[in-house]
Ligand binder design. Structure first.
Ligand SMILES: [Zn+2]
Length: 63
């Protein structure tokens, strides 16, 4: 991973086509920061359940 763009692509890839099992909504991700050092992800989810599922996916190590 070399750039913020890579980080974004990787994160979106991890999320994939995740949908809330209850509401069929996809999480929305916003990226802040212009360098890998200060990049943060802001996630909007329909409910806590989806937020947790998405967080788990994002935190999972890349294979
Ligand atoms: Zn939901």
């Amino acid at each position: 991973m070399r750039s913020v763009e890579d980080f974004k692509a990787q994160t979106l890839e991890k999320i994939g086509d995740l949908r809330c099992p209850d509401h069929r909504q996809a999480p929305r991700l916003k990226f802040h920061g212009s360098t890998l050092r200060d990049v943060t992800i802001q996630m909007t989810a329909c409910c806590d359940k989806l937020a947790e599922l998405a967080n788990r996916k994002i935190a999972a190590p890349r294979i």
